[in-house]
Structure formats: C-alpha cells, structure tokens
Design a protein around this ligand. Structure first.
Ligand SMILES: Nc1ncnc2c1ncn2[C@@H]1O[C@H](COP(=O)(O)OP(=O)(O)O)[C@@H](O)[C@H]1O
Ligand SMILES: [Mg+2]
Length: 239
C-alpha cells in the first residue's frame, strides 16, 4: 500500500507564485510583463535567475517583496498570502521577512554605515543598546572592517557599500533575501566576494536567496540557475 504523506508534512515553500499576471500601461500601450507566471522557491534554496533586460525580473522581485501588487494570481511567501495583508501589516511583515539587496545599494549618503544598517530596526521595539549590538553583528558578519563601520557610504568602495547594504538586509534576520543584480555595479573581484558572502549567508544562516543576475560566476555558486529567454511567461522551468 502506498503511504500518502499528510499535507502538513510537506515543507512550505519560501516563495510560491500561482498564475501571476502583471501589466503596466505605457501611454496607449499595455505591457504584459508577467503572464500567468508560476514559480516556486524551496526554503533554503539559492537561485540565480538570468533573463534579458526588460523581461520583468525586477517586477517579479517587487511582487514577491510586496512592493507591488499583481493584477491576477496568488503570491505566497513562507505560507503568507500577500493579498491578505493591508498596507501597514504588509510593511511590518516585509521588515521581518524580506531583505532587499539592489545593484546600486540605495544607502543614505549622509548617514554612517552603522546608521544605515540600523534603519530597519527602527520599526521594531528595541532599545538603542540592542539595536547597536545587532548592527555591529550584521556588519561584522559581512566582513566590513571594524574601523569602517562609522564611515559614510561615499567614503567606502562599491564592494564595501554592498556589504553595508547586505548588513541592512539581514539585520532583522529575515528568512528570504531578494537580490536584484547585486554585483552589477562591481568589478569582478569585488563581485565575486559579494557572491561568496551571499553563499555563506545561504549555507550558514540558511537564508533563502533569489538573485537576479547577469554574472556568470553566480552559476557556480547558486544551487539552481534559471534562464529565461522570452520573458516571464507561463511556467518557469530550470534550464
Ligand atoms: N512602473 C512601471 N510603469 C510602466 N512600465 C514599467 C514599470 N515597471 C516596469 N515597467 C516595464 O516592464 C518591463 C519589465 O521591467 P523590469 O521588471 O524592470 O525588467 P528587468 O528587471 O528584467 O529589466 C519593462 O518593459 C519596463 O519598461
Ligand atoms: Mg531590473
């Protein structure tokens, strides 16, 4: 007799998109960016997503992070259905569940590295001392030298700025990191160091990572490389 696993023992995927559609209006034209797009990321996975420019990669990350809403379809992140959250609940949910890492870092130039990393913690009821402790721990984990924790972003190299941005993304200890071309603005050596750091976060801290990238080195580090040729239409399959 075949044993059937009860549904509750199936691990909840980190990300689960079901027939998601998203279009934008551009003048008179409607651009269908995602068309009934289905996609699953297992918890603990490290996926490199490669697709041509303009094919909807950033749109996809924004939808998964609840920064944008789909026209149709269902998005669940770690079992939470995003459509069920109102804007204020969504903001709180995002601050605990998602870390965003962008190509251009998006650090605040007048604040020190440590102050930038502290920002997401201001949404949580923590003492100043507890915030400082977590900020130091996150920055140290990224390998930014101690003496640079109080430098401002313009005083840091690109690779160091990306380390600060990664510290900001992980300081609230979210299970899922969404990375949008995180090495796109770095030279090869600095880019490789950032990829190694992401791999470490995946292996040691068990962060699930969905990374959009054009970086060929990413293919060697990720568990799964997903190539998309024609945009994010229909079922996504690993190449
Ligand atoms: N807010 C927006 N308004 C109108 N069009 C948009 C908007 N965001 C993205 N697009 C369009 O959607 C398509 C996909 O964009 P994007 O997700 O940024 O692609 P990628 O990250 O793969 O380069 C592009 O044609 C882009 O011009
Ligand atoms: Mg993009």
């Amino acid at each position: 007799m075949t044993a059937i696993l009860p549904e509750s023992t199936t691990p909840t995927p980190a990300v689960d998109l079901e027939a998601v559609s998203k279009s934008y209006r551009r003048g008179d034209e409607i651009v269908h960016v995602l068309d009934h797009f289905s996609f699953t990321v297992a918890s603990g996975d490290f996926i490199a997503l490669m697709a041509p420019s303009g094919s909807g990669k950033s749109t996809l990350l924004n939808l998964i992070g609840g920064l944008d809403h789909p026209d149709q379809g269902r998005i669940r992140v770690a079992g939470t259905e995003l459509a069920g959250l109102r804007e204020s609940a969504l903001t709180r949910w995002r601050s605990r569940n998602i870390g965003f890492i962008f190509q251009l870092y998006y650090l605040i130039p007048v604040l020190s590295a440590a102050r930038n990393v502290e920002l997401p913690l201001l949404l949580q009821p923590l003492s100043r001392a507890e915030r400082a402790k977590r900020v130091e721990a996150a920055l140290t984990l990224t390998g930014l030298p101690n003496e640079r924790h109080h430098f401002r972003p313009p005083e840091l190299s690109g690779g160091q700025q990306q380390r600060v941005a990664i510290a900001r993304a992980i300081v609230t200890d979210p299970p899922l990191l969404l990375c949008d071309e995180p090495t796109g603005d770095l030279d090869r050596a600095a880019g490789n160091e950032i990829l190694e750091l992401l791999k470490t976060l995946n292996e040691r801290l068990h962060k699930t990572i969905l990374m959009v990238t054009h970086d060929p080195h990413a293919a060697e580090l990720a568990h799964r490389v997903v190539h998309l040729e024609k945009g994010l239409v229909g079922e996504l399959r690993a190449a």
